[in-house]
Design a protein around this ligand. Structure first.
Ligand code: UDP
Ligand code: MG
Length: 316
């Protein structure tokens, strides 16, 4: 008997949950029938209520009461973010195969059979999904997303597939590897890729949410991408030393130029505007580089406190 665990992070999703459950339940029933005779498969759900302020927990309790063998939930003491919710789900899941999916049905459940067959028939360890287009997304957001992927893949050892979703099915071995990464600053897209293993991506067309609205504003996404860069690359630190070297070289060239000019033309005391500009420029550059270093120190600071990744209030 093999078990699939479905992990679903939920934050203020009271409208989506009742729409999500029957759709996924149908897909999984068909899937289990299809495999009958070859492999006995059953499933469980782990819904993570990430400190919602609406009726999400009530909705989860209704589902849980209706099917208490299969449906479980964990409720956080406050909003810890999707990354923490995913970690909590992976900690609780008991399945041989574990899927992570959003509750807004933007991650098509119809792909689950193909994903499972990717693991069982084709021998992959992870079957992930990738948006083949960015339909319905503001063009400016797509532009910056594409820039982010190009940039991070250039400067980081950890390669992240453009458009890859968190929606994926993994083997128990993969889940245990993810759980062994207990870092506080969790950037799942990077973690999923860092652990390695054979991964296959299934492309699908972007869909709109069934209900509710996205929790991400443009600036939140921007900050999230900066976190990703800092968590998985130290290239910005090298950039800081690089700008230091460049400005030293420029200064030496400028000194030689000034000495020669003074020797040939004498030394009229002009040039304070250029001096002020140079001082401001270098001051700015120094603060910028200290800022980069500060970002990394901030990460070390949080990491060294060893705070829990989430705090659970109740579970069933
Ligand atoms: N989510 C969460 N905690 C948060 C924000 C989001 O658990 O602080 C969940 C949310 O309920 C949903 C998933 O993460 O199931 C993806 O969120 P959303 O649809 O807002 O992101 P998008 O699909 O727009 O990237
Ligand atoms: Mg969504």
């Amino acid at each position: 008997m093999k078990k699939i665990s479905i992990i679903v992070p939920c934050y203020n999703e009271q409208e989506s949950i009742p729409l999500f459950y029957p759709v996924v339940e149908n897909v999984l029933k068909d899937l289990e029938e299809k495999w009958l005779g070859i492999e006995q498969i059953n499933h469980e759900y782990w819904f993570i209520n990430d400190g919602s302020s609406d009726g999400t927990l009530e909705q989860l309790k209704i589902l849980q009461a209706a099917d208490s063998n299969k449906v479980h939930y964990v409720s956080f003491s406050r909003n810890f973010g999707k990354e923490s919710a995913l970690y909590a789900g992976l900690t609780h899941a008991t399945g041989d195969y574990v899927a992570v999916m959003d509750v807004d049905l933007q991650d098509p459940p119809e792909l689950l059979p193909e994903m499972l067959s990717g693991i069982i028939d084709e021998g992959y360890d992870i079957v992930g999904t990738r948006r083949s287009d960015r339909k319905g997304e503001p063009p400016i957001r797509s532009f910056f997303s594409n820039m982010f992927y190009r940039f991070i893949n250039k400067i980081s050892q950890t390669q992240i597939v453009n458009g890859a979703r968190d929606y994926r099915l993994m083997t128990r071995q993969v889940v245990n590897s993810i759980l062994s990464m207990t870092e506080y600053n969790r950037f799942s897209k990077g973690i999923f890729s860092w652990i390695g293993f054979n991964t296959k991506y299934i492309p699908f067309e972007n869909k709109d949410r069934v209900a509710g609205s996205t929790h991400w504003s443009f600036w939140q996404l921007f900050n999230y991408s900066l976190e990703g860069i800092i968590d998985f690359s130290d290239a910005p630190l090298s950039f800081a030393s690089f700008t230091g070297i460049i400005s030293c070289i420029t200064a030496i060239i400028a000194m030689i130029f000034i000495v020669i000019r003074a020797a040939i033309f004498g030394d009229p005391t002009t040039g304070w505007p250029s001096l002020v500009s140079i001082i401001l420029f270098l001051g700015g550059l120094q603060l910028f580089c200290i800022g980069i270093v500060g970002k990394y120190i901030g990460k070390i600071y949080l990491e060294s406190k060893h705070r829990p990744i989430y705090i659970e209030k109740e579970e069933k």
